[in-house]
Design a protein around this ligand. Sequence first.
Ligand code: TYD
Ligand code: MG
Length: 451
Amino acid sequence: MAKSRTTYFCRNCGHESSKWIGKCPSCGEWNTFAEEVIQATKVAAWGKNQKREKPQPRKIEDIAPDAAPRIPVSDEELNLVLGGGIVPGSVILLGGEPGIGKSTLLLQLALQAKQKVLYVSGEESEEQIRLRAERTGIHNRECEVLAETLLENILEAMDTSKPGLVIIDSVQTLYTEALDATPGSISQIRECTGRLLRFAKEEHVPVFLIGHITKDGSIAGPKLLEHMVDTVLQFEGDRHHAYRILRTLKNRFGSTHEMGIYEMTGNGLTGVKNPSEILLAQRDEPLSGIAVAAALEGMRPLMIETQALVSSAVYGTPQRSSTGFDLRRLNMLLAVLEKRCGFRLGQQDVFVNIAGGIRIEDPGLDIALATAIMSSYQGMLVPGNCVFCGEIGLSGELRAVQRIEQRIAEAEKLGFEDIVISRYNKITRKDFKIRIHTFARVDEVFGWLFG
Ligand code: TYD
Ligand code: MG
């Protein structure tokens, strides 16, 4: 019987210590150490080479660039997010809240794949997976399913069935016999991921890992997990809305600014081709408190409706609430409107909402939101055929945003007639039919709109 020992791991960075400590000496976080019992390894841990060869550094110029073609997937959104397909031998971690659709997304990928896929689930039985596959209505004879959590068995199954793509649902359910710790513990996650990583690199087979997230939104387990894998994707959205967003948090083989938009339907997830069209609420008459923003997520322009409601505060402290927009940024915008434009919002409750239940981080949204707030405050309508785009600075100036021409082109395509942008944005194209209005300050925009 191998001897076991107790050790402590930092949940944030994976730092190991023989005794419990309050502050991690490696990452500086407090109270992150967790106790784990480790069985002395029977199997050599990953990373330790069993057969050691003399290391031989090579000149960088002598190394042939890895021209391995990417494997394109039939899911266009996923293709976009991954930067043009799956890189052979890469390990991709997909995180997201429970019930958001992680298993559905990857099962669909498995069912649509051209190559042989092994879908390993530690969360659902094979029958449940079959039922889910039935729901999506896609049939694929080349997709194999295995309900298993023991890593050694999974590696053996991969060895015998030789898949071209492996999906593991989820990394937190995996465990290896080499360690005594419970599944989901830091050492288990680290060890299992490491072994899968080695499998992926040696066999040139891409591996998708599904990861649970903790209540503060980070992927459960050591932060190290995110460092180990090649790509980290996050699936997010409001569970009460049908739309889901797939973002890249890290990508060794592509940009991290891409975004995919899906809609959850009764038959699984479908990619949304024209996101702007669905993010603009359909209505017949103009209402106050609504302004459309020409936002940009990744490379993709999006027309989004921003909504605001301003009403007199009943209680002493006015309420500020926001859905889909950073609350701190909202407070900043309100302070700018108060101080630089002279509107008395201090005694008003302000509620803002981004239509469609999605979260956008583009600062170009500022002017649309400020306009929606002013429109609600003054009870005046914003023309429905006008879109807004610009960042608001602390002194009330309207700042330039990136990729302005792409945004203008999208607004024009969707039939908008006017666009408000910053004076500091340079436009070289001359053939826009949409009327472009440039302003240097926020109050100029309000003066033009509301007189
Ligand atoms: P799931 O993929 O199980 O989420 P996760 O793996 O992230 O926990 O998604 C489950 C949700 O999606 C569940 O609430 C049901 C819903 N759903 C649909 O609306 N339509 C479908 O076709 C499928 C398969 C699931
Ligand atoms: Mg799941």
